[in-house]
Design a protein around this ligand. Structure first.
Ligand code: ZN
Length: 169
């Protein structure tokens, strides 16, 4: 096996990572106790700064970096906060009670869109469709666990096909 591979475009990278909020140190995501995260480099599968900061890294290398929101999940968009008539939630409310902070998924014309309930009244649900990490700087600690060259199929599809690059079903 080649050992001089580095993170670069069209490589399949497997990484362990921990994401923390730089101000509080709170962990918002981590691969600890899970399989490493595997992705095809250079195909917009990751937030932009994440890939940029690990470019050139070798297997076994650790990198720690902080991304401003422009290089992570972007700025918050006030227009992505919508008031939805509460009546539209009537069916759901037969099974679960709505609460501020609850995360739900709306079926939109362009596909499923997650949102967070930020306010509730008898008439309306305020739904924030911004990513929960929008507007935030994020610190990542990343360890490169494995690297391999992507297969032709993976490069043309823009995603990873499992450990050996074979086509998925
Ligand atoms: Zn595919």
């Amino acid at each position: 096996m080649m050992t001089d591979l580095t993170v670069s475009e069209n490589m399949v990278a497997s990484v362990h990572y921990k994401g923390t909020l730089p101000d509080s140190g709170d962990v918002f995501d981590s691969s600890e106790g899970r399989e490493p995260l595997t992705f095809l480099v250079g195909h917009k599968q990751m937030i932009p700064g994440f890939e940029e900061e690990i470019m050139g890294a070798k297997v076994g290398e650790n990198r720690e970096f902080t991304l401003t929101s422009e290089r992570a999940y972007g700025e918050r968009d006030d227009e992505a906060v919508l008031e939805i008539p509460r009546a539209q939630f009537a069916q759901l409310e037969q099974e679960a009670s709505l609460e501020v902070g609850m995360q739900l998924v709306a079926q939109m014309p362009h596909g499923p869109s997650p949102f967070t309930i930020t306010a509730l009244s008898d008439e309306a649900v305020t739904a924030d469709f911004n990513h929960t990490l929008a507007g935030q700087s994020l610190t990542f600690s990343v360890e490169i666990v494995e690297l391999r060259e992507a297969s032709e199929d993976e490069m043309s599809h823009g995603h990873v096909h499992g450990p050996d690059g074979h086509h998925h079903d």
